[in-house]
Write a protein that binds this ligand. Structure first.
Ligand SMILES: Cc1cc2nc3c(=O)[nH]c(=O)nc-3n(C[C@H](O)[C@H](O)[C@H](O)COP(=O)(O)OP(=O)(O)OC[C@H]3O[C@@H](n4cnc5c(N)ncnc54)[C@H](O)[C@@H]3O)c2cc1C
Length: 422
């Protein structure tokens, strides 16, 4: 028997059930050699999906929002334009989520912490001791293996009944009597999602922008960063990556993201040439620190943030220094001892909106407050709060801002989250 025959047989044997191979004549054959249907026209890829909750964006906030909505009993769909979950944590390579603790105590737990903890445990890593107050704020960030984290996030979504759709993004959104009709595009796919509640976790509040709801954006934005490693191979979950600033990085659309990636990669190439070191690791996309934020029913100011204002409608804590990166670098301003900021439900709800809520770095806040609020543990806590609220809104046939706080806090507590004392 010729090698090529053995190779071909093995290939068929190892291909997953339902997988297809192409013959030299271009026909598609299933693993059992039966012809598969050929796509005839563009309508082949048109699908309609019914959901209670549609989450757009599967980063730190969106993954947790979707899992929480699913665990709360909502039929949940997640649309992600990329190829995996995790967003900045995984695709951007910022695989050191924080901060889950403040002043010697854990202040953010729930589903985000469960995912982080499980990732570290499966990877044989170490968790920080939250009873110790670190001398530098970043010491209690948790190093996760970005690859494992992304796979575990998928597993948890699946277990919660969340349907994930990669490579798709909304193109048109129309209000309906029941909620929303969201037309999404992917390659070879046109998906119409009919849902009751929307959760915008795109980082830059893209869905809110499509609906022409108010957003905030400053003339100057923090740089993004391209993460890479020279010379030494990256050991995921253990080492930090190197990073260089990508000034002007903007996550607003495919054109601005392309520009940031080209700029970042050029800078890495220049570094390789200048240092004569080998490039051992490069993240596929720039990490973006800042773009649009929503103008919510409440805008969190830097005074609210640094004074640890306890909002009456607080749904979670946040903790990080005020951390604004500029062209001359960053000088984090730590919070005064004992201060733990809170995030109100009304900062997750776009002003004047119905049936939509956001979570993540696009939280309604001024620029300085946002420089602290944008970190991953806080995004996860917001995501859990948004997921719980959206699920309850579908069950109670109401809009997120009208869901009783008592019900939101009850469901969050049931799912392990820590609620501020109000
Ligand atoms: C270089 C850098 C260093 C940082 N350092 C830290 C740190 O030390 N510790 C820390 O905790 N945080 C840090 N942060 C901040 C933190 O990582 C981010 O603010 C946080 O991860 C944002 O989470 P998110 O869910 O709001 O957005 P993202 O993580 O950006 O997720 C948004 C997701 O939405 C998807 N998406 C966007 N638009 C669409 C669309 N139209 N349709 C479908 N999908 C869409 C994206 O592909 C992405 O997966 C850092 C950030 C950067 C860039």
């Amino acid at each position: 028997m010729k090698d090529s025959h053995i190779g071909r047989r093995k290939f068929i044997q190892y291909s997953a059930a339902g997988a297809a191979i192409a013959t030299s004549s271009g026909n598609l054959l299933g693993a059992d050699s039966t012809p598969l249907p050929q796509p005839t026209d563009r309508t082949e890829g048109s699908v309609t999906t019914q959901a209670d909750v549609l989450v757009v964006g599967g980063g730190a906030a969106g993954t947790i929002a979707a899992i929480q909505a699913g665990r709360a009993g909502a039929k949940t769909v997640l649309i992600e334009r990329g190829a995996q979950l995790g967003g900045t944590t995984t695709t951007g390579g910022v695989s050191f989520p924080g901060l889950f603790d403040a002043w010697g105590k854990q202040i953010i737990a729930g589903i985000g912490w469960e995912l982080v903890k499980n990732s570290v445990e499966l990877d044989g890593g170490n968790l920080p001791d939250f009873s110790k107050v670190p001398t530098r704020h970043w010491q209690n960030q948790v190093r996760v293996n970005q690859f494992l984290y992304a796979i575990l996030a998928e597993e948890k979504c699946e277990q919660a009944g969340v349907k994930i759709n990669y490579y798709e993004f909304p193109q048109a959104i129309i209000k309906t009597a029941q909620g929303w009709q969201v037309d999404c595009a992917g390659f070879g796919t046109q998906r119409r999602v009919l849902c009751k509640q929307l959760i915008d976790c795109t980082g830059g509040a893209e869905v809110v922008g499509m609906l022409h709801l108010p957003r905030l954006r400053d003339e100057e934005r923090q740089p993004g960063s391209m993460l890479f490693k020279l010379d030494k191979a990256n050991s995921p979950g253990r080492d930090g990556l190197d990073m260089l600033y990508v000034h002007g990085a903007d996550s607003t659309n495919s054109r601005t993201v392309t520009a940031a990636n080209l700029t970042g990669r050029k800078a890495v190439l220049a570094k390789v040439r200048a240092t004569q070191k080998r490039l051992m690791h490069l993240q596929p996309e720039t990490g973006f620190r800042e773009s649009y934020r929503i103008r919510g029913e409440t805008v969190i100011t830097v005074d609210d943030y640094t004074s640890g204002r306890v909002f009456k409608d607080a749904v979670c804590y946040a903790f990080y220094p005020v951390d604004l990166h500029t062209r001359s670098g960053v000088k984090p301003k730590p919070l005064t001892r004992g201060t733990v900021p809170t995030i109100p439900l009304s900062a997750l709800v776009p002003k004047g909106s119905r049936n939509i809520i956001v979570a993540g770095r696009c939280v309604s806040s001024d620029r300085l407050a946002n420089s602290g609020l944008r970190v991953q543990a806080s995004c996860m806590a917001m995501g859990q709060a948004a997921g719980a609220t959206a699920a309850l809104a579908t069950q109670q046939k109401t809009t997120p801002i009208k869901v009783p706080l008592k019900d939101i806090r009850e469901i969050l507590t049931k799912h392990g989250a820590i609620i501020p004392n109000v």
